[in-house]
Design a protein around this ligand. Structure first.
Ligand SMILES: [Zn+2]
Length: 262
């Protein structure tokens, strides 16, 4: 078996301790997507490798196929991480409990895309996650989460791009219909039961996020009330169309309220 080392650019999504001092790490690589790794002895050391395994850290990781795991099950390839070099840590985000929770929610979503993502889209999702983590230290956490989520939905191939009303094929002003899981023109939407559509304004903001790469922007202009409404829509779309569930939005909002006031 080929066990030479390779280097990958990746973001640490999740870390757990196992045994006395080992770590079980989930990386998200620009080229390979979700990669499962072990880091022997890393739980008790304070070197750069250990620091690079803090969730949301972006770095270069030296990995090789793990002999122990791959012999058991070829479909569950596991790698061993030997060394790492940090390209961008996110200490400012990690030090803020509310922002950390938003960052970890994004990391959880990306972990949940394992196996669902097409090879061509992995690089795009990676760029979006990298940008989102960078923006999180200075921009509205709810706004970043919202924009990232809609970009992820697009990368997963869920069609939110819509170019015409689902019912009558009219173009123009639309609203998003939860019942139809798509866009309706205002004429058709008038016949929808009350409360099953987003407003014209919220739909237009959501469409803008679906179409705008996060890595191309430096600031998020989204009022918190708008962000909260769109997050509710996003969480519904993720559960119903991608089978991805999240921490209740209420928990995220409460964390922000507690820590913004302190
Ligand atoms: Zn219509």
């Amino acid at each position: 078996m080929n066990r030479t080392f390779e280097t990958i650019r990746a973001i640490t999504l999740d870390v757990r301790t196992y045994g006395e001092n080992h770590l079980w790490v989930t990386l998200f690589s620009e080229k390979k997507g979700v990669v499962r790794c072990t880091a022997y002895g890393a739980a008790t050391s304070a070197n750069e490798l250990a620091r690079a395994l803090i969730p949301m850290t972006y770095g270069i990781y030296f990995i090789r196929k793990s002999a122990a795991y791959s012999e058991r099950d070829q479909s569950q390839q596991v790698y061993e991480i030997k060394q790492a070099q940090i390209l961008k840590g996110h200490q400012d985000v990690a030090a803020d409990p509310a922002r950390s929770l938003y960052a970890l929610t994004m990391c959880d979503w990306v972990r949940a895309t394992e196996g669902a993502e097409g090879v061509a889209s992995v690089g795009e999702l990676f760029r979006e996650l990298e940008a989102a983590l960078r923006l999180l230290s200075t921009q509205s956490a709810a706004g970043v989460l919202c924009h990232f989520g809609f970009r992820m939905v697009r990368v997963l191939g869920i069609d939110l791009q819509g170019t015409a009303c689902l019912r009558c094929s009219e173009s123009g002003e639309w609203v998003y219909s939860f019942r139809e899981a798509g866009y309706l023109c205002t004429g058709c939407a008038a016949r929808e039961p009350f409360g099953t559509t987003l407003s014209v304004r919220h739909t237009s903001v959501m469409r803008k996020m679906v179409h705008t790469p996060l890595w191309r922007i430096n600031a998020i202009h989204l009022r918190d009330t708008t962000a909260n409404i769109l997050l509710r829509a996003l969480f519904t779309i993720l559960v119903e169309q991608a089978g991805i569930s999240s921490k209740p939005l209420r928990v995220l909002t409460q964390m922000r309220e507690i820590f913004d006031e302190s």
